[in-house]
Write a protein that binds this ligand. Structure first.
Ligand code: ATP
Ligand code: MG
Length: 563
């Protein structure tokens, strides 16, 4: 058996374990994630351990989760919801969110999760773009963020409210679920039927709605096992919120199709709580993001000492470049490194990864997964030019894997522009070394050109955080008459360090030594926070716009901030 996924004919996939998806020409993510396991006799296995903010703990079996999802699907159909209808979810990480996602998929609805902390405007624009027909949310979110403009969105026919009571014009979900049957015949969706819409993080501009199909599940199954070591019974914790693609692809679908037990924590990042969960729940595979890892580093290795991490067998990170310093630190603290992997909302699944058992080169994203063809290219007037190893260019992928987006919602032209000469262009710059490892350089928009040098902000940021005082860094290029551009850095400091001119000079000196004078920042400013998206990405374009007094652009996903 080969180690790549084979696609026999449209809609039917066999992955390396021999599992075939879509045998009868239909394919449904929720069926593969739940019903199939129950039918195979695994219903009593635990699908989810839910940890509430108030320290409640609830174990939900595959049978229970499947029944919850079926009840939800019955509620939908009893209210006239038909396959293809657009459903939005807006709530915290509570069990109902997972029942909503999977129930919507069972019913053939197109599921869009939004981050519950979004303000009314970002919610409204996304629901307008997505032609929302159904919304599932809480009374408090509804009253504050939806009710004031609900009448302006005529497509919205049904609002389901968690709990026993609902505001006027809405339906209470708890009694409706209790009255609904726990069995549901899963909709016979075709592999190319839309299943999910995910909005991109909005790091570089206005978020795009990437449309994903049911056929994606075959790639989630494969990549979950190959890149994250997910197997039946694995205790797995993905810390991402389903409001972002990671929290759905690898926080719902990949773990469930691989029959793992997934940890869902309702609370936000808290160092002691997180370490306590890893220890108490004996987490084996942990998937997180650089922003969280840097917060752990900021608290120091001492804070980790009291905890037992011996159950951990694989750690992975995604969403932003993982600084080499963070890889080395995690190896010291957890006995193994965080394994960086790269992908996007658009790709729907992991494309490039440091997979289990492979040598990690700190600072590298790893290698393309089996079946994924990645290259480094240059856009020229005559088309794409393939670049040799060692040269920096745009990271391009050969389309064809099942979880690739099928369009940007209502933006077909923008989607079409992503493809040149049969390649999907990612908008990220990278380099491949002679051993086939890929190294992230920066977003194409963030590249800095100074005195003839091309500088990726990641390289400079990674050098800066090697200094003991620096916790995080965001680097931009500013126009300069002689050099073209000059490098400017914004940094936050570790506890115990105060901002001073002397420290600024010292960090600049450190950067000059590491990077050379041409690449090192000319100026460093201290901040208590950096502007970040809710998915934890540093918004360099915002630092730059503010520096230059330009319009801030779309900041609907902005989370932390200090101007
Ligand atoms: P938008 O497209 O709206 O500007 P975004 O690109 O941040 O937002 P996502 O799809 O959530 O939206 O993020 C994908 C991007 O995140 C990648 O294109 C890349 O720039 C960055 N990224 C993800 N993983 C990594 C990684 N391991 N190393 C470096 N960058 C990464
Ligand atoms: Mg993007």
């Amino acid at each position: 058996m080969t180690d790549t996924m084979t696609r026999d004919r449209v809609g039917q996939f066999t992955d390396p374990s021999g599992r075939t998806f879509g045998e009868d020409g239909t394919l449904n993510i929720a069926y593969e994630a739940l019903d199939r396991h129950v039918e195979d006799g695994h219903g009593t296995e635990i699908a989810m351990i839910w940890l509430g903010k108030d320290d409640t703990r609830q174990e939900i079996s595959y049978s229970d989760l499947s029944a919850m999802a079926s009840r939800f699907a019955n509620v939908l159909t009893s209210h006239g919801c038909a396959p293809g209808d657009s459903l939005f979810a807006l709530m915290g990480r509570v069990p109902e969110l997972y029942a909503t996602a999977l129930g919507a998929l069972k019913a053939g609805a197109v599921f869009t999760p939004l981050f519950s902390a979004f303000g009314p405007e970002p919610i409204r624009t996304r629901m307008e773009i997505g032609d929302a027909k159904v919304l599932v949310t809480t009374a408090s979110i509804y009253n504050r963020k939806i009710a004031p403009w609900r009448d302006d969105l005529p497509s919205l026919k049904l609002v389901l409210i968690l709990g026993d009571e609902a505001p006027d014009g809405c339906v209470a979900l708890a009694p409706a679920m209790a009255a609904a049957a726990p069995e549901f015949t899963v909709a016979k969706t075709a592999p190319e039927d839309p299943a999910l819409i995910h909005f991109t993080s909005g790091t570089t501009g206005k978020p795009k709605g990437a449309v994903h199909v049911h056929g994606a599940v075959a790639y989630h199954a494969f990549s979950g096992r190959h890149a994250l070591d997910l197997n039946p019974g694995t205790i797995y914790w993905c810390t991402a919120d389903p409001g972002w693609v990671t929290g759905t692809s690898y926080g719902i679908i990949a773990p469930l199709v691989n029959r793992v037990t997934m940890i869902v924590d309702e609370a936000e990042f808290d160092l002691e709580r997180w370490y306590g969960i890893v220890e108490r729940e004996a987490v084996q595979v942990w998937y997180s993001a650089p922003t969280a890892i840097r917060m752990m580093m900021r608290a120091g290795a001492e804070a980790a000492k009291p905890f037992d991490f011996s159950a951990l067998r694989f750690l992975a990170s995604v969403g932003e470049p993982l600084n080499p310093e963070a890889v080395i630190w995690s190896e010291q603290v957890f006995g193994q490194p965080f394994h960086d992997n790269w992908w996007q909302t658009e790709t729907g699944g992991i494309m490039i990864a440091n997979c289990p058992g492979e040598t990690v080169k700190p600072g590298s994203m790893g290698k393309p997964l089996p079946g994924i063809t990645a290259g480094i290219v240059d856009r020229t007037d005559a088309g794409l030019r393939e670049l040799p190893d060692g040269e920096i260019g745009e990271l391009a992928l050969r389309p064809g894997w099942p979880s690739m987006m099928r369009t940007y919602l209502h933006e077909q032209a923008r989607y079409d522009k992503c493809f040149v000469d049969g390649r999907y262009l990612s908008g990220d710059l990278a380099m491949r070394d002679a051993e086939g490892y890929f190294w992230f350089v920066g977003r194409a928009d963030d590249l800095i050109k100074t005195s003839g040098h091309l500088i990726g902000p990641f390289e400079v940021e990674s050098a800066l955080i090697e200094h003991e005082a620096v916790a995080e860094a965001g680097v931009i290029g500013l126009p300069d008459e002689t050099a073209g551009e000059v490098v400017k850095a914004y940094v936050t400091l570790n506890p115990g360090f105060g901002s001073s001119r002397a420290l600024e000079r010292e960090i600049r000196g450190h950067a000059r030594k590491k990077l050379g004078p041409a690449v090192a920042p000319r100026e460093i400013v201290f901040r208590t926070t950096l502007p970040k998206t809710r998915s934890g990405k540093i918004m360099r374009r915002l630092l730059k716009a503010r520096e230059l007094g330009l319009p801030e652009g779309d900041i609907s996903t902005l989370e932390t901030d200090e101007t």
